[in-house]
Design a protein around this ligand. Structure first.
Ligand code: GLA
Length: 729
């Protein structure tokens, strides 16, 4: 519920458990008064005024030296006019100066959730959400800045976006435009970021806020393997079940920054948005710039509650799943099975083994097109290689369908190899700095997706492949970072727009794909999890979590990913042992338990699998399908932290009505003389009696949560256990 106290110009955004409040003060500065567990009234009493040395006073304050932008909590911080903390927005004025100074001019309330042209955004009808727009103005720049707030009460979710309108008769240059700024009148907070590298993405890193600026970002043109556009600020003592936690996620897949600052009087600020690195956007008179959406969840009771709110909101209001309400298929992907060495018969051979085991979708990965016999050539030539696939997809797909399998295909539309017909015809379509030879990465270059004609051409090629066959699934890959960012068609003063235009171009083509092929399930991918973000999830309901398929490393990757993103988004497959990334040997059962905490599939040559493994796979697919809704739609509880090197990693899925739960547990390296362990569960109905795995064992929910379940001793390394709990009628 949004309430407006017109007299005092106080704007309160109430959700079920939280309150977010702003106030336009006597100088029309928009102050941030509060964000946290639900509170009432005008909370601006929390803001104190004092004459602080070296704190500038704006012109309107006259001789009042207690009024300084540098010490007051700002809703959307200015630049160069007296607040020395992190700016949210910055203009280059005709004088060449860099500044921004905003004053409140009005507000508007709307039913339902606002949308954003060409950008991903949470969706909500009048029943789900309300919108508040606050209008600010920079009189010198003659620019209107509109702050958008979407309030989803049931999810404790507040979305934010910013729209900048040039109201002057001259061009305005935007040098920074954050999606959100969040000030706190406190600094005793921990900052959690999610970091890593290719094969080890989104590992949490938690530290108390230090004085000064700290944060993460990406300048790679993608949201990146290295840092995720999701961060948490929380009470120092917060854990899974306790403490106030603020999660902030950016719906953006390119260069971003998320920076926090602890300032001199123990206040703090979080600013998140498009990274100002090499950013300079020109707005002609009347033109509009939309900053991408950011979304906040405040959870009064711990990190677990925060994650569950994000999971629900992402599942129900962000993702547009073509299979909404239906089960997504268990898939087999041939990448780790064959790499580039395959032909139609080999694919069919794998499918012939997979189909009777309950696997429903065959995904043909990289290598099916042009001269793509290795990763040095062929990208850009999206025509079926008929040496490998005689008769093309027309011949292959019916053979798979005859086995009862659906067909999926891999593409990497944003890239080109120099050794390709496309590049020979259009060398200027790749991003290149005219004065330099471009850097290669996986021996490929990046196509200039900021150019409509490039997108249209590539889309045309891919559309004709997809139209010519019965395709149910597309894996959209992106296997390098952007360098040499310069577009052959933009003038020098507009090159600062290329990074962002590139992302808008990717979004546009994804939207075309969704419109033309509404039944196709798209899985995002970027060298594994290099573009795993809430922006992509708007177009691709699942994303390949990591190229690392080792079950034990995956425990960490999926744990870190789960802080914001739901299980139904995490692409996860069972692969062979020894694992091809790290040589580890884990039991087939364990690999299945870990992969079914994601979208679930296999990525191995099943035609070479042992009879024992095949039996296990058959059991796994049946088990997963029978508990699909519980796993994919249920509430997710982290029961342990795999980074703590404890004896096991455990997690739990609980159905919405709490009548069913699935506990999964994987042990680490084994030791002799183990301790007896008890696992305390979460989220159950205290008075319900749960039967364990359909056997004789029964316990009440309160007993399982308070006293715990006695774990059996598991023999050997990396063992697993699943407990399916069902409440007795
Ligand atoms: C990336 C993906 C892999 C696979 C290869 C194909 O690395 O993450 O899953 O598709 O590309 O080249």
């Amino acid at each position: 519920m949004i309430t407006v106290d017109k007299q005092n110009r106080v704007f309160s955004l109430h959700t079920q458990g939280t309150t977010y409040q702003m106030k336009a003060d006597r100088h029309n500065v928009l102050l941030h008064t509060y964000y946290g567990p639900r509170a009432d009234g005008d909370l601006s009493y929390l803001i104190r005024y004092a004459d602080r040395a070296c704190a500038p006073n704006p012109d309107e304050a006259g001789l009042d030296r207690t009024y300084s932008l540098d010490t007051l909590p700002q809703e959307y911080s200015s630049c160069g006019v007296g607040d020395f903390r992190l700016p949210s927005i910055e203009f280059e004025l005709p004088s060449g100066s860099h500044s921004a100074s905003l004053r409140y001019t009005g507000y508007e309330l709307r039913e339902g959730k606002y949308g954003l042209d060409g950008l991903p955004a949470f969706r909500g009808t009048a029943e789900d959400a309300q919108t508040l727009v606050l209008f600010l103005e920079d009189a010198a720049a003659q620019v209107c800045v509109e702050l958008y707030y979407g309030v989803f009460e049931r999810y404790d979710l507040i979305t934010r976006a910013v729209r900048v309108v040039n109201q002057s008769s001259a061009p305005v240059h935007l040098l920074q435009c954050a999606s959100m700024c969040l000030d706190f009148l406190r600094s005793d907070l921990d900052l959690i970021t999610f970091n890593g590298c290719h094969m080890m993405e989104r590992c949490p890193d938690r530290a108390p806020l230090r004085s000064g600026v700290q944060g993460v970002g990406s300048v790679r043109g993608t949201s990146s393997h290295q840092h995720n556009p999701f961060v948490v600020l929380c009470d120092r003592g917060a854990n899974e079940d306790y403490g106030v936690c603020y999660g902030a996620v950016l719906l953006y897949s390119g260069n971003f920054q998320a920076v926090a600052e602890r300032s001199q009087y123990d206040n703090s600020r979080l600013v998140m948005g498009v990274n100002p690195y090499q950013f300079r956007w020109t707005l002609e008179p009347g033109e509009v710039f939309n900053a991408p959406e950011a979304a906040l969840v405040c959870a009064p009771c711990g990190l677990g509650q925060m994650s569950r709110q994000f999971h629900r909101a992402i599942r129900e209001h962000l993702i547009r799943d073509p299979l909404q309400g239906q089960r997504r298929p268990v898939l087999i992907n041939n990448w780790e099975a064959t790499y580039f060495k395959f032909n139609a018969d080999k694919l069919v051979e794998i499918a012939e083994t997979a189909a009777p085991l309950g696997i429903e979708l065959f995904v043909m990965d990289d290598g099916w097109f042009g001269m793509r016999d290795d990763d040095n050539q062929g990208l850009g030539d999206w025509q079926v290689n008929t040496d490998k696939l005689p008769g093309g997809l027309d011949a292959l797909v019916p053979r798979l369908q005859a086995l009862g399998m659906r067909f999926g295909i891999w593409i990497e539309p944003e890239m080109v190899n120099e050794n390709s017909s496309l590049y020979r015809e259009h060398p200027d379509w790749a991003l290149k700095i005219p004065e330099r030879a471009p850097a290669r990465c996986r021996n490929q270059l990046v196509l200039d997706f900021s150019r409509p004609e490039v997108r249209q051409y590539i889309y045309g090629q891919i559309k004709s492949v997809l139209s010519g066959a019965d395709v149910s699934y597309v894996k959209w890959d992106m296997n390098r970072s952007l360098t040499d960012v310069c577009s052959a068609v933009l003038p020098p003063e507009r090159q600062g727009e290329v990074y962002h235009r590139y992302v808008l171009g990717v979004y546009e083509m994804l939207e075309w794909l969704r419109q033309d092929f509404p039944h196709i399930l798209i899985e995002g991918c970027a060298g594994g999890g290099g573009r795993f973000d809430a922006g992509m999830l708007y177009y691709t309901p699942q994303i390949w979590c990591s190229d690392n398929t080792d079950a034990i490393d995956r425990l960490r990757i999926q744990y870190g990913t789960s802080f914001c993103y739901p299980v139904s988004t995490m692409g996860a497959h069972v692969s062979v042992v020894p694992n091809e990334g790290n040589g580890r040997i884990t039991p087939m059962e364990t690999r299945g338990v870990v992969a079914m905490a994601g979208t679930f599939g296999y990525e191995m040559d099943l035609s070479a699998a042992s009879e024992t493994d095949k039996k296990i796979i058959q059991r796994q697919t049946a088990f997963f399908k029978a508990r699909y809704d519980l796993i994919q739609q249920g509430d997710y509880y982290r029961l342990s932290d795999p980074f703590q090197d404890g004896p096991y990693t455990a997690w739990e899925h609980v159905s919405a009505n709490r009548r069913e739960a699935l506990v999964s547990l994987v042990t680490g390296g084994t030791h002799a003389a183990p301790s007896f362990l008890t696992l305390r569960l979460k989220g159950l109905e205290p008075d319900a009696v749960y039967r364990v795995n359909g056997g004789e064992e029964c316990y009440s929910g309160s007993t399982l949560m308070a006293a715990g379940y006695p774990l059996p001793q598991l023999w050997g390394d990396y063992q697993s256990l699943q407990l399916y709990l069902k409440a007795e009628a």
